[in-house]
Ligand binder design. Structure first.
Ligand SMILES: Nc1ncnc2c1ncn2[C@@H]1O[C@H](COP(=O)(O)OP(=O)(O)OP(=O)(O)O)[C@@H](O)[C@H]1O
Ligand SMILES: [Mg+2]
Length: 231
């Protein structure tokens, strides 16, 4: 049986008086990949921040690796790539951004090695000397994902990981997720990208009225191909 990585029971959270999350239940084991989709503003980003221990739920129970979630203790086992990468960058170079956590956990040399390795996999090795804030939107996405996974976490949260990425570049992200899940890393991915959802062959949940409802989205009826519109 797979070991439990994350368990959420009856999570309720909001920013003001009204809850955004209103009774979220979720379980993840080693190597599980869960994709959360749902309308703009439904609370996907909020859900990831709560599950990662960055926002404290009003009510409910959250367990990480069998223990009540303690955001600080869990930090070394969790990686998160924010929807807006600028919210997480705080180093002067891409290299330092990616190497920061692994260097703190495993020492400078190992941090360098791990940062270079993941930068190669995601195709951002040529950007290592650049300031993160001067990258393109898609390059920032890749760097934020590299920084989230470089230290080998047990659980990774990816918020809209393929935003700004062309199909070939998105493929690198998919390959990385496949490789890491094979090694036991669990993922929670928030996305509007239905192709990503299909490709990951993940457990899919729609976030609706603050709850997670299991099941993939219905395919859209119309497909618009340039130059092939209906007469
Ligand atoms: N820090 C905040 N303070 C107050 N309200 C917030 C905050 N962050 C988000 N919200 C509100 O909470 C709701 C859920 O936002 P959230 O970003 O979680 O949605 P989302 O599903 O990720 O949307 P998107 O698809 O656009 O990424 C929205 O109505 C948003 O305006
Ligand atoms: Mg969001």
């Amino acid at each position: 049986m797979r070991r439990g990585v994350l368990e959420a029971r009856g999570i309720v959270f909001g920013y003001g008086d009204e809850p955004i999350l209103n009774g979220v239940d979720l379980q993840l084991g080693d190597g599980d990949v869960v994709v959360v989709y749902g309308p703009t503003g439904s609370g996907k980003t909020t859900l990831l921040l709560v599950l990662a221990g960055l926002l404290k739920p009003w009510r409910g129970e959250l367990y990480f690796m069998g223990q009540p979630m303690d955001g600080i203790r869990a930090r070394r086992y969790i990686g998160i790539a924010f929807q807006n990468p600028d919210d997480m960058f705080f180093n002067s170079t891409v290299f330092d951004e990616i190497a920061y956590t692994p260097a703190r956990l495993y020492g400078a040399e190992e941090g360098r090695r791990l940062a270079k390795e993941v930068a190669e996999k995601l195709g951002v090795a040529h950007l290592l000397d650049r300031p993160p804030y001067k990258l393109s939107g898609g390059q920032k996405k890749l760097v934020s994902i590299a920084a989230a996974v470089a230290h080998g976490p047990r659980l990774v949260f990816l918020d809209e990981p393929t935003a700004y990425l062309d199909a070939d570049t998105a493929e690198r992200v998919i390959q990385l997720v496949e490789e890491l899940r094979g090694g036991g890393t669990a993922f929670v991915v928030a996305t509007h990208d239905l192709e990503l959802l299909c490709r990951l062959q993940a457990r899919a949940y729609r976030l609706e009225e603050g709850r997670l409802i299991e099941g993939a989205p219905q395919p859209r009826k119309t497909l618009c191909l340039c130059g092939q519109g209906s007469a």
